[in-house]
Design a protein around this ligand. Sequence first.
Ligand code: SAM
Length: 382
Amino acid sequence: MECSSVVDGNVEEVPSKKVIKFNPPLYKQRYQFVKNLVEQHQPKKVADLGCGDVCLLAILKYQKCIEELVGVDINEGRLKWNGSRLSPCVGDHLDPRELDLAITLYHGSVLEKDCRLLGFDLAACIELIEHFDSEDLAKFPEVVFGYMSPAMIVISTPNSEFNSLFPCAVFRDSDHKFEWSRMQFQTWALDVASRYNYSVEFTGVGEPPTGAEDVGYCTQIGVFRKKAEAAEMAVLEHHGEHVYEVVYTTSYPSLQQINYRRRVVIYLVYREVSRLRRKYQVSLRQDELEAEFVASGNQTGKFTSGLPVPVLTEDDKAMEMAPQPFCIEDKFYVPLQRIIAYPRLGHLCGNVEKLREFLGDMIELNCDGSAVKVDLNDCSDF
Ligand code: SAM
């Protein structure tokens, strides 16, 4: 890209500068940074302040630890247009999350106090503060650090020192009210942190090219953590005002919801019983073939059935001590004690009584209710 500057009314050609391309793109590196923080610190409640097109929220909704995800933006149209990106999909119903997840998008300004934003573990302000004029920038710390007071806050903003590598750059976006050098951002951040009892660490994403390392990262980032004494003193004013307008809300199927847990338990029991029955049928057939082999009087050859050798899963190996499946006439039985010994089913049910309750009338049990009962020769796979 060519770049020119005006000197005394004459257009002066200046050396062209290469367009800098980031791989992955810079915005993805910012989202990845927040995702890494979530993986590292396992927050339950996460807010994205100035969430825009909800791209970050769409990534974070897959994080297993998060139970409440909130986005706030002043641009109502963007929220309404993009809200449905956060809806559960078919896969979320078929393979529900372990924990509940509720997502809410609020239309409102992060410069206003709304008590539904209290008590969060992490608030992300990605490429937000540079859109504030000086008056709004002055209000921001009091609302976000002072009032919302989440345990952790991550703020990203352009590093103006990097702009010298861009062709013709003044500001990177026409709506930016400022872009700060590292010194400016760090001075502001350290002052805010000390006023509201947070610590802050600085980093960034978007590595500078070789030879230009002095300019620092393209996006500078501050990670603020509430100090222990401030966290202990925090009093949550849950009875405050609701200022924001809810524009979108959804909740995800989870194993905390009894209907989903029951469905998953039934599916896993069907699958396991079916697998054990198949294994048993193969071993019966193998015995038959071996008996025929011996009866044929073949003294030389070694017996091989040619049937597939059942693969032992890790669970099978761990469960050698569990009660074994058994067969009476043409019925095949799998003891509930065995089923509950499978780690995943044990985790989902807790005990045999609960397992029995989940199976209800969906799966037949023997007369004393201690084992699942199926036809040995039923070939239908569950
Ligand atoms: N954080 C998003 C991202 O990284 O993709 C969007 C960043 S975009 C550059 C800035 C966003 O901040 C816009 O969606 C804008 O509407 C929002 N915004 C600006 N001022 C705001 C305010 N006072 N309260 C809430 N959102 C605001």
